[in-house]
Structure formats: structure tokens, C-alpha cells
Design a protein around this ligand. Structure first.
Ligand SMILES: [Cu+2]
Length: 107
């Protein structure tokens, strides 16, 4: 996974179970790596007043929420995922709306 201003890109595939993500912040500012599940379209998640995805909304299930990831660093994150459709998001204020969101399917 690569995070930068303002995109998330992925390579590789995931099967249900413990999924390991190697997340590199290749940008120049702090980013995050969050995994959500929702029945809403990826561009229609509810936002709070800080222009962050509202993780308290009943329409958003937060599977994983990383600590802030500094520019130029790489972190390893393991999440236990069932087969299904997830959204990978950076939830620093405004970044979701600027395009830091990605569909992710676990087979
Ligand atoms: Cu970001």
C-alpha cells in the first residue's frame, strides 16, 4: 500500500483471514491507514464537522484504524478480515474527500 497526497494505491491480493498490509507513506505529510466496511458507496460515507469519515456513524464499521503514519515511513498492519468488500481510507481531516479512498476486496 502506498499513501500520498492524495491517493491510496494497492498491489497484491488478500484472502480471508489474517491479512498483512505493508503501508508506506510516500507523501510529504501525515497520513493514516483505516479499513472500513459500509453498505454506502465509497464516495458517500458520512463526514463529521472536521471533514473526517464519521467513525461513530452506524453506517460505518471501523475494522482497523492506524496511528498517524509519518511521511517517509513504512508500517506493517495485520487485520483479520472475512471475505467481502472493504474501503481503505486515510482519515486525516479532508483527505478522504480529496481522494484517499480505495475499494478493496478480500476473496
Ligand atoms: Cu492522508
Amino acid at each position: 500500500m502506498t499513501l500520498k497526497e492524495f491517493s491510496i494505491t494497492a498491489s497484491g491480493q488478500a484472502s480471508a483471514g489474517a491479512v498483512a498490509f505493508r503501508v508506506t507513506n510516500a507523501g510529504t505529510m501525515i497520513h493514516e491507514f483505516d479499513i472500513y466496511k459500509s453498505s454506502l458507496p465509497i464516495d458517500k460515507l458520512p463526514l463529521d464537522s472536521s471533514q473526517q469519515v464519521d467513525e461513530g456513524s452506524p453506517q460505518v464499521e471501523t475494522i482497523e484504524a492506524s496511528e498517524p503514519i509519518a511521511a517517509g515511513t513504512t508500517v506493517n498492519i495485520v487485520a483479520t478480515l472475512k471475505a467481502g468488500h472493504y474501503y481503505l481510507v486515510c482519515n486525516q481531516p479532508g483527505h478522504y474527500a480529496l481522494g484517499m479512498r480505495l475499494d478493496f476486496v478480500v476473496g
